[in-house]
Ligand binder design. Structure first.
Ligand code: SAH
Length: 341
């Protein structure tokens, strides 16, 4: 089987070049073409001799993502990209402009098997894991198309990143590599529904990335009514894993809590949330749930959101209400879906 050249670390590429009887400096040139100049094919690589290009064609696959559509929000300029992968699977990514820099939200799987009740990405189940190169390529394609620098990456698109652990880690190491795009680890956020053993593994990697935990319910019972994965990983174990993450990395954990009218937005829910996370160095992101056609959840009204926020603030919990970006293009959290175009 051909190897995926864009998923290789610099030292691995060097070994491959040696195996092909090439000089080691070719590895450096290739790496730069792929990860700095963001070349779309070997053809663009002007300082690589044709003889080597031919060997590369024979021995490696060169992963690219074809842009199928780009939708731009009229509200805030957020752009949603639909990409077609080599095997025809589709993935979506979102480009957002913030005052602190440009942010890209990437997908980690084609589809998802976690089954969260309010989420569109899981409706058709999981097609497959994405390769490290396919996660990179979402960012590279967006950089090429927008001609803007991407400084923040959130792994919050379709898929459960900790259900694709090894590829995720390799992706993070490549996107933060000094000889590549060199994005700071502090500007990377990985969001999980709470796969406990992999949260701990991630903590043990001791990388300075931010971990976001999708909570959405403050008791085991409420959470499992929204997130079937909670049957496997009870809420206390998940919160303990967050504590462990903070202890190992010193990084404050973010809790995501989507507010659903009448389901998890009452004063009792807020109080339960306070006792659950009390004493933990964390930040809570409240997200008014985004409507998904196949689901009948309603968004909490402005007043309930504000009341919920105040109840948390009274207990000195760091809390913000997330701005909804790109809502008019279905670019907001939980609205990304598989599509066959
Ligand atoms: N699988 C990961 C990352 C993908 S989802 C996770 O579960 O964290 C990114 C975030 O969007 C998660 O917090 C998810 O629970 C939330 N989300 C999903 N559907 C949503 C919706 N309809 N409205 C608001 N947030 C939603």
């Amino acid at each position: 089987m051909k190897k995926d050249i864009k998923s290789m670390y610099p030292d691995e590429l060097k070994k491959e070049m040696e195996a092909l009887g090439e000089k080691p400096f070719r590895a450096k040139q290739l790496y730069e073409w792929m990860h700095v100049k963001l070349a779309q094919s070997y053809d663009e690589m002007t300082n690589i001799p044709n003889s080597l290009k031919q060997k590369l064609e024979e021995n490696f696959t060169y992963v690219t993502a074809d842009t199928v559509t780009v939708q731009t929000s009229k509200i805030d300029g957020t752009k949603k990209f639909l990409f077609r992968l080599g095997d025809g699977n589709m993935v979506e990514s979102v480009f957002m402009r913030y005052h602190h820099g440009n942010s890209v939200c990437i997908s980690s799987q084609a589809g998802c098997r976690m089954g969260c009740r309010f989420c569109a990405s899981t409706i058709d189940g999981l097609a497959r894991n994405l390769l490290p190169s396919e996660m990179l390529e979402q960012i590279y394609a967006i950089s090429r198309e927008t001609k803007e620098r991407v400084s923040n990456v959130v792994v919050m698109g379709t898929g459960e990143p900790l259900d694709n652990y090894d590829n995720l880690i390799r992706f993070i190491k490549l996107i933060t590599d000094e000889s590549g795009l060199n994005i700071s680890k502090r500007n990377i956020t990985v969001s999980t529904c709470g796969i406990v053993e992999n949260m701990k593994r991630l903590a043990d990697e001791k990388m300075q990335i931010t971990l976001a935990l999708s909570l959405h319910g403050a008791t085991q019972e409420k959470r499992r009514s929204l997130m079937p994965i909670a049957d496997r990983y009870p809420i206390d174990e998940v919160v303990d894993a967050c504590r462990y993450y903070f202890e190992k990395t010193g990084r404050r954990v973010t809790f995501e809590y989507s507010l659903i009218s009448g389901v998890n937005d009452t004063a009792d829910d807020a109080r339960n949330l306070c006792s659950l996370v009390g004493g933990l160095n964390c930040h809570i992101n409240l997200i008014p749930v985004n409507p998904v056609a196949e689901r009948d959840f309603r968004q909490s009204c402005r007043r309930s959101v504000m009341r919920f926020k105040e109840l948390l603030e009274q207990k000195n919990i760091n809390v913000t209400v997330r701005r909804e970006m790109g809502r008019d293009i279905d670019g907001a959290c939980g609205q990304l879906r598989r599509r066959f175009g």
